[in-house]
Ligand binder design. Structure first.
Ligand code: SF4
Length: 385
């Protein structure tokens, strides 16, 4: 019987894709092995969110080559998938000559058989791709435009999980709150800059509620309501949310639906309006604070997490200080703080200069990481009430 090994880098979406790739292998009669040294086929599910993530995948592949050269054996077939596939086949085969086959992320699919690692909690992808085009992000290029999975498919996967004894589900998507919006004709935010770096659609609202009100209950809220009716499911989580799509109806649903987890991950990326605009995030610091206020007012015991990028092109010390002030004001429980690294193919890579030095990025990262992620700061009072 042929054997396989899957090496996964990056975010939860990749881990969930790997569970489905694994299901596909087993459906074809392959057997998993614990070590890649024993596999006939190795799948490397890559991440391209930062250069370091790509370097780790390259390092792993080099180790594979080295090992099989040293023992003088034929190396296994190597299949590469994940966000690095945005480089395109031609470039990838040149960059990584040990790769035999490329599996585009879009071809992993939602409905394949799933081999889950966990027995109580299941990851359920509800959408893939993204239409937001934040200037630093590779996702709209690597995973393509946003595609929502059908309500029917999602509900049937959750029902199956419940029948198998799963109690918790996490709904996964790059921007879960805009699930189903392509069907009602909203939620598409085009890249806002033209080639002269001018913002061409400065007039967009910072929240979609006003559009959605005219259309009835937002699709994502409908989905949450349906999932919470499934017997056996006790806890529902979702990641990730873009503040731009975090509408009032969703806040109300979280407030009244006790099955929805009280931890909300709401990436802010920066506390400076200038930087937020350069990032094409579609909201301001004030919008974000207003959203947090509403959440804290309506959702009892809500706990907040965030993502922040430091050292984005154009981020001055004064801009960085605005993020520090925002951190003190919001008091996130946890933050994934990243040092900006330009991703080839993105708008930021094309248009901006990566001008903040690595040392300075590290300094800013340290300040925010200490401030937000160190436990002794837990007892600070919430300043936004
Ligand atoms: S919302 Fe922005 S950061 Fe998130 S996946 Fe889409 S483009 Fe990337």
């Amino acid at each position: 019987m042929n054997t396989y090994f899957i090496k996964t880098f990056g975010c939860q979406a990749n881990k969930s894709d790997s569970e489905r790739i694994e299901g596909d292998y087993q459906a074809r009669g392959y057997r998993p092995v614990r070590s890649w040294k024993k596999a006939d086929e190795i799948v490397v599910n890559t991440c391209a969110v930062r250069q370091r993530a790509e370097d780790r995948a390259k390092g792993f592949l080099l180790n594979v080559v080295k090992h099989f050269e040293q023992i003088g054996a034929l190396r296994p077939k190597v299949i590469l998938t994940g966000c690095m596939t945005h480089h395109g086949k031609e470039k990838l085969f040149k960059m990584l000559p040990m790769v035999d086959e490329i599996l585009p992320v879009g071809e992993v699919g939602f409905n394949s058989k799933v081999v889950r690692k966990d027995k109580l909690h299941g990851w359920v992808p509800i959408s893939t791709g993204c239409n937001s085009f934040c200037t630093f992000c590779i996702v709209p290029y690597s995973r393509g435009r946003e595609k929502s999975r059908s309500m029917k498919d999602i509900l049937s996967e959750v029902q199956k999980l419940a029948q198998e004894g799963y109690k918790e589900v996490t709904l996964l998507g790059m921007n879960v709150n805009s699930w189903g919006l392509e069907k009602v004709g909203v939620g598409f935010r085009k890249l806002l800059m033209d080639k002269d770096r001018k913002f061409i659609r400065d007039d967009l609202p910072t929240n979609q509620s006003q559009y959605l009100k005219a259309k009835g209950i937002p699709p994502f809220v409908r989905l949450l309501k349906k999932i919470s009716q499934i017997e056996g499911i006790e806890k529902i989580r979702f990641i990730t949310s873009n503040p731009w799509d975090f509408h009032d109806e969703l806040i109300d649903e979280i407030a009244r639906n006790t099955k929805i987890d009280r931890f909300i991950h709401l990436p802010v990326q920066s506390g400076s309006n200038k930087v937020l605009k350069l990032m094409n995030r579609g909201y301001t610091r004030e919008d974000y604070l207003y959203l947090i206020k509403k959440l804290r007012k309506k959702v009892v015991n809500v706990v907040l997490g965030t993502d922040i990028i430091v050292g984005f092109p154009g981020e001055t010390e004064a801009d960085f200080r605005k993020t520090v002030d925002l951190a003190k004001e919001v008091n996130w429980k946890v933050a994934f703080v990243a040092q900006y690294s330009p991703r080839p193919g993105t708008a930021a890579w094309r248009i901006y200069n990566d001008e903040v030095s690595p040392l300075e990025k590290k300094r800013r990262w340290q300040i925010l990481d200490d401030l937000i992620n160190k436990p002794h700061l837990d007892d600070r009072k919430y300043l936004v009430k």
